[in-house]
Structure formats: C-alpha cells, structure tokens
Design a protein around this ligand. Structure first.
Ligand code: GLV
Length: 386
C-alpha cells in the first residue's frame, strides 16, 4: 500500500522542570516515579487482583468508608464525576447542584448531557454554603441527589460537609461529593458524614499522576445502582466495574484493560498515605497552609476568600494588585523561579492566582520558596510594567 501520510519527525525538546505549585497536578512522591516503571500486569492474572485488593483497601482508608463498592475509574477526576452522576441520577430525574465554582458548573454540563434535570443553588464564589440554606433548597426542590464540591480549586474554598448527609437523608436525597482537591489534605469521613457517593483523583494531594480516579458508594447508593432502570454508558457502569474490581468477592469479570502503571502508581500513593496516616497528613496540610497564609500577608496581594475558615488548605487564591498582568506574572514565576502556579479558571479567570501547596509539596520549605519568588516577581514586574 502507498502511504498518504509520511512518518512524523517526533523530536525531543529540552524541558526545564518546575515545581508544580498550581491547583494540580502536584509533584509526585519519589516512590511513585519508581512505581510507574514496575512490570506490566495483565487484567486476568492473580497479581492484577492482588493489586486491586490493595487499592480498594487504600481507598476505603482514604475516604474512611467500610463500603464494599469502592474502586478506581480509569480516567482523571472527571471520570469519577461522570460515573457518580450517571449511575445515580436517571434521565428525567433532578440533580440539585450547590454552585460556587468551576466544578459545579462542570457537573451541570455533565448531568444535562445525560438528560438529567438540574437545579442550581448559587452563592458568590468566595463563600461556602450554610447547611440550613441547603436544607431549605432541598425541601423546595426535592431532587434525587445533591451535588456539592468539598474543596474547590477554582476559588480556593472548603465546604463543610459534616451534617449534610443527615439532612439529605431526611428528604430521601442522595449526597454526591467531589473531593478531587481536598482528599488526603482536608478531613473527610464518608461513613460518619453519610456521604452516598464520592470521587477524587490521584494528581492533587494524593501526589500521583492524573489518570486514575478513586470512587466509593454507600449502601443506599448501591441499592439505587442495583435497582435502576436506566443504562449508563458501558465504560462508566459501576455495576459492571464492581465485578471487575471484585467488590463482591472473586468475580474477576473483564470490563476493560486497566493501565498497569496507573494501578501501581495509585497503590504506591495509597501506601504512602497509609504510612503517614490521614491524621498526620491533615495536620501537615493545615499547619503548612497556616504558615503560607501568614507569609502571604507580607505581600501586597489580597486573599480572594475573605473568611480564613473558608480557605482550602491545598489551593490558595490571591488577587494581584492593580496593574499586574496575570499571564505575565505566571510566566515569570515559571521561567525565572522554576515554579508553576496558575491563574483563575472558569468564573475566576483574570481575578486570581491559584497557588497549590499540597501532597509532597506541603512543607515549610516549599512555602518559603514560593513566597520569596512571589515577592521577587511582584518587585521585578512592578519596575518594568507599572
Ligand atoms: C484543575 O483541576 C484546576 O483546578 O485547574
């Protein structure tokens, strides 16, 4: 055969490494770099099932749940979002979305694509919800489920979830929670807080690569999944995935070929978190973030989130003084200081820097490095551009 497309010249380019201090990905545990190079495992062999057993135990610890319906989706946090929504809310049913940032907007888009009716309860993006307020909305809307984001990387807020499960269950509503940028850094107790479905990702405070998303479902969510009349997309079907992930014993049913490097990496992250313990990790993130907030006060920047108790420990949002250009600022931080930070996303574009100090980067040394670089960048760009 004659080829109509010639072989491309794929050249390696020089790449200057930076530290990842944006809202994600964060840097990885050094042990994860090694884990990514471990041997391939096939989906039907014993070692695959040993690895997924370890991962399921690690996820139960991560989310603090004794639920059996616990596994990891192949994909980024978005795969978790899709799976949770499309398995638990049928087309035509109503999903109430507590909207305060980018991920709630994304959940709305995802849900509507499945023919789900959405109702948005909105607050300003630098605030968090009062549970009383949510209860009155639930009473009015009577949705099938409530979607809420625990930590929001677009605005740097942390939402209180404790007590919300009880409220939801009083009205027969399922509680779905996004913990992508909060898990392992902020306290989260799935069973105690009566959360029905939760998803996260590996590339934030878990300090692994993007591409694998832990999910867990309560007994109530499980019964909804097993009795549902609608068929979600095959790739996201939790009923099928549960049989591949041996959630109900030794079923070993093939669903899709799971990426071995992703499995090894997630297993390694969960091992690191178990070794440190969740309490110590939560405490480390809280202490380091307090120090970061204190040091940021040396600079002429303004916190986007006014109440310190609403500020997320992993991603901090600060506005630059008037006259600075966000893109120029971020570029200078990357090129001159080797530190990757981000600007706003969705509703926060052009309003904030988003600085992530999480996972392996959650340390006093990283804070000092970042604050010193911010101070220098503020000084240099002031001279040249103001
Ligand atoms: C991605 O998760 C982001 O917060 O930019």
């Amino acid at each position: 055969h004659k080829l109509t497309v010639q072989p491309p010249k794929i050249m390696d380019r020089p790449y200057k490494p930076t530290i990842f201090c944006g809202p994600g990905p964060a840097d990885m545990w050094p042990s994860v770099n090694e884990a990514l190079n471990r041997q391939l495992i096939c989906n039907m062999c014993d070692e695959f099932f040993n690895v997924i057993d370890d991962i399921r135990a690690g996820i139960q610890y991560l989310f603090q749940t004794k639920s059996k319906l616990v596994l990891a989706m192949s994909g980024s946090g978005h795969a978790g979002m899709e799976a949770v929504i499309c398995n638990l809310v049928a087309p035509g049913e109503t999903l109430l979305i507590a909207k305060r940032g980018m991920w709630d907007i994304r959940a709305d888009i995802v849900a509507r694509r499945y023919g789900i009716k959405t109702v948005l309860k909105e607050i300003p993006l630098t605030q968090t919800f009062s549970l009383d307020d949510l209860e009155s909305t639930i009473k009015k809307v009577r949705p099938t489920a409530l979607f809420i984001t625990h930590g929001d990387s677009s605005n740097g807020t942390i939402q209180n979830i404790e007590g919300l499960g009880k409220i939801c269950h009083k009205y027969g509503v399922l509680l779905l929670v996004d913990t992508v940028v909060s898990i392992a850094a902020e306290p989260f107790l799935m069973d105690e807080w009566e959360v029905d479905a939760v998803y996260s990702a590996a590339q934030k405070a878990v300090s692994g690569p993007a591409g694998i998303a832990p999910v867990a479902f309560s007994a109530l969510a499980e019964s909804k999944i097993n009795n549902r009349k609608h068929e979600p997309p095959f790739y996201f079907d939790i009923k099928e995935l549960a049989l591949q992930w041996n959630c109900y014993g030794n079923t070993r049913k093939y669903h899709h070929t799971v990426s071995a490097p992703m499995l090894w990496a997630l297993r390694c992250c969960l091992k690191e978190i178990a070794n440190e313990t969740l309490q110590k990790s939560w405490e480390r993130h809280a202490t380091v973030n307090k120090y970061f907030n204190k040091r940021l006060q040396e600079l002429p920047v303004q916190f986007l989130v006014p109440k310190p108790e609403d500020r997320l420990s992993t991603v901090t949002t600060v506005a630059l003084p008037k006259g600075y250009d966000y893109m120029e600022f971020i570029k200078y931080m990357r090129e001159k200081h080797g530190i990757l930070i981000f600007g706003g996303i969705g509703p926060t574009v052009g309003k904030t820097l988003r600085i992530g100090i999480m996972g392996v980067n959650s340390s006093f040394q990283t804070v000092d490095k970042v604050v010193d670089a911010l101070a220098n960048t503020l000084k240099v760009l002031k001279k040249s551009s103001l």
